[in-house]
Write a protein that binds this ligand. Sequence first.
Ligand code: PGA
Length: 242
Amino acid sequence: MEKMVVGNLKTTMNFEETSQYLKMINQEIIDKGVVICPTSIYLSFFLNHNYEVGLQNTFIEEGGPYTGEVLPSQASGMGVKYTIIGHSERRKHLNEKDKLINQKVIDAIKVNLKVILCIGETLEEREMLKTDYILKRQLINALNELTPEMLDNVIVAYEPVWAIGTNKVASNKDIEKTTEFIKLIIKEKYQYEKLKVIYGGSVNADNIKELNQIKNLNGFLVGGASTKPSKFLSIINEVIKK
Ligand code: PGA
C-alpha cells in the first residue's frame, strides 16, 4: 500500500528557525509521499520542492470578506495541494464545530485541495466509552453531502486528542481497530471502499517502526517530531522508503 507522511509544523518556529529547517529539509526530502504543512505565513518558502505543501486550515469560500482567513481557492491557486481541517487544537481553542468543518471540507475539495480531516476523542470521552460515538459523529457530520468522487480527495487522520503532544501513543491494536471502524462507517454510508486513514498523536522516530506495522493504515500525521529534521527524515525513511 502506498503511504504518506504529513508534517504539521503548527506554530512552532520563528523566521530564523524556519530558514534553518528549510535548509535541511529541502536538500534531504526527495519523496513525493511527503506533505509539509507550515505556518501559513511561511508557506511560499516551502513551495516548489520535492514534497507537497499543505495548509493547517482553510476557511469557507462563500459569503463574505473574512479578515485574517485564507480561502481554499487562494491556496490551490498558489500550488498548495492539501489542507488540514478540523484539527483538535482548532476544535478546542477556536471552537470549531462540525457544521463549519463540513463546509470547509466541501469548499476545499471544490477547488481540488486534498483534505486531511482530523477526528479524535478526548481522554474524558474515551474513559466514558464514547470513542466510537464521537468518531462516528465527527466523521458523518464533517463528510455530510460529499459524493463518492469527492471522497477521493479526503484523508481521515485519526488523532486521539489525549495522544497529541503528550508522548502517549495509542496501541497498534487500538489504532488498527479504529481504522477499520472508520473505513466501515464510510463504506456503509457511501458505499466507498477506498478511504485513506492515517494516524497522528505522538508519532516519533523511536516508535515509528512499530506503528508502521499496522496493516490497514495509509500513513502518519506527525506534529512535534516533524519540526526536527533528523527525526522527521527517519520517520519518512521508515514509512515511505520501505
Ligand atoms: P504530535 O502532534 O505529533 O506532536 O503529537 C500531532 C498533531 O497534532 O497533528
